[in-house]
Design a protein around this ligand. Structure first.
Ligand code: SF4
Ligand code: SF4
Length: 500
């Protein structure tokens, strides 16, 4: 006989099971149909350009002179620097990158506030790669209906052959994608040889493997689920859109009541939508735009192409589905005049973004022009010097009466070759220096060899006769001169003397 506890457990299990069934919905395969039209062509172009940029960029060369890498775009992790054609950024200049990233972010806000989810629909890597994968699938397995039929068909030689070929091509694309990524972090031709000859580092193989797996799974199997469940951007962008943002919209005031326009029926009772479901069939997200705005909609506009094709064929009015703002949609529905497109684009929100972005761009541009090094063989600003006074004591008075301070001097040469530099003391009467632990003989100048792309760090004693110093703080300078005559820089420092 069942005890009360057992009965409770059985009931809870049954309820849980029922809830489980009602809350979980298995994914239904989405096989978007082929479609032609303006937006599909635009997507092909954008996809071609973006994939071209991604795969080709690491193979572009850029001459930066002797000892410097000749890869146009390179994240040189070993030497902690980034090359982008004529631009070279070191860690101490990372604020430029931060500026550029903020500018790109504001640019994206601007695009979203005007064009809605244009990023999702056209340029997001997930969209681009899924589009490519679907294209391969369609090429091998046929259009929408053929793919559904193949899904349901029993496994036979033809199905196995098609599926294996598809997975192999997907895998090739995934490997090329993962491979292209690591080429941005090392000399691409060298790394390719190393990868093939199993001579590359473990981190390179792991990175390629992870990116291959994610591309294969996200592009081939998860597809729209990445956008709907994993990506935070659809939620964030809602904050940037308003009633003047363009979104793909079904003009239900025109389309409803939908229905087949049969000759026998009174077509005047029906709206423009002939319920052909072509807009649903082409949708890569598997939704019906006629149900209104939905989180899943990536604004790819393929349903516009599909509906316009149907309308053109049946002699209906185009743009039953179109890019429309909420304001225009409401005005159209009420028969009021709509706001001109110009005014929906140039409104307060977008102007704020433009002003913010422009001021930022101006600031970044000034920094770029003033500090980024053009890739001449030995350009200016290739010496970075940092000088710090020792913190342990203010000064030491030596037995001969001289006052002594210790300074830490860091000199970084970004020329890519070994260089000779002269360190000099200036504006410090009777001042002498010697390198701690290296030379015994104080002098006003010291010569050093700077290794290529390395920081030379020195601790330096600087001393001066007390009678030559003013009480308290004395300003003086270190000068660093490139002995090849290319560059000289001065760095101010403070030498403290007794107050009386
Ligand atoms: S509803 Fe239209 S715009 Fe939205 S994802 Fe589907 S096809 Fe693209
Ligand atoms: S494609 Fe156009 S006509 Fe056909 S169902 Fe969709 S909205 Fe209606």
């Amino acid at each position: 006989m069942a005890r009360i506890d057992d009965v409770d457990q059985i009931d809870v299990a049954a309820v849980n099971s029922r809830q489980h069934r009602s809350l979980y919905k298995a994914r239904e395969s989405i096989h978007p149909m082929r479609v032609a039209g303006v937006f599909r062509r635009l997507k092909w172009w954008i996809m071609g350009v973006l994939l071209g940029i991604y795969y080709i960029t690491p193979w572009l060369r850029w001459d930066r002179g002797e000892g410097m890498p000749d890869q146009a775009v390179l994240v040189d992790l070993e030497h902690r620097r980034f090359f982008f054609f004529f631009i070279e950024i070191w860690p101490q200049e990372f604020y430029y990158v931060a500026g550029l990233l903020i500018m790109a972010g504001i640019g994206l806000f601007l695009v979203t506030s005007v064009l809605g989810r244009a990023w999702c629909g056209y340029a997001c890597p997930q969209t681009v790669w899924v589009d490519l994968y679907v294209h391969v699938e369609r090429w091998l397995e046929g259009d929408r209906n053929a793919r559904f039929r193949l899904d349901k068909a029993p496994w036979n030689a033809a199905k196995i052959r098609k599926r294996v070929t598809k997975y192999l091509i997907w895998l090739l694309i995934a490997v090329a994608t993962g491979g292209a990524w690591v080429f941005y972090f090392a000399d691409a031709p060298t790394l390719l040889v190393q990868l093939v000859t199993l001579d590359a580092s473990m981190i390179a193989y792991v990175t390629v493997a992870v990116l291959t797996a994610t591309t294969f799974v996200f592009g081939g199997f998860m597809r729209e689920q990445v956008c709907t469940y994993m990506c935070p951007w659809p939620r964030i962008q809602a904050a940037m859109m308003d009633e003047n943002s363009l979104t793909v919209t079904y003009q239900d005031w025109r389309g409803e009541p939908r229905g087949r326009h049969r000759k026998s029926a009174d077509a005047s009772l029906l709206g423009d939508c002939i319920d052909c479901n072509q807009c649903v069939a082409v949708c890569p997200m598997g939704i019906d735009i006629r149900d209104g705005q939905q989180l899943e909609c990536i604004n790819c506009a393929l349903c516009i192409d599909a509906c316009n094709t149907v309308m053109a064929r049946t002699g209906g009015k185009l743009d039953l589905i179109s890019y429309t703002t909420l304001k225009s949609y409401e005005a159209n529905a009420d028969g009021r005049p709509t706001l001109p497109l110009k005014k929906t684009i140039f409104r307060t929100t977008t102007l704020v973004y433009v002003v913010r972005r422009s001021s930022l761009r101006f600031g970044v541009l000034l920094c770029v022009l003033s500090r980024f090094r053009l890739s001449a063989p030995l350009p200016l600003h290739r010496l970075h010097v940092e000088i710090r006074r020792g913190r342990t004591s203010q000064f030491v008075q030596l037995s001969d009466g001289r006052i002594r301070h210790v300074f830490t001097v860091k000199i970084l040469s970004v020329a890519g070759t070994e260089r000779r530099v002269l360190l000099q003391l200036g504006d410090l009467p009777g001042g002498l220096m010697n390198v701690v632990g290296q030379d015994e003989w104080p002098s006003r100048t010291k010569e050093f060899v700077l290794p290529a792309d390395k920081v030379l760090q020195l601790r330096i004693f600087v001393s001066a006769p007390v009678e030559e110093l003013s009480p308290g703080a004395n300003s003086f300078r270190f000068s660093v001169t490139d002995l090849s005559g290319i560059e000289q820089a001065h760095y101010g420092a403070i030498f403290k003397a007794p107050e009386e």
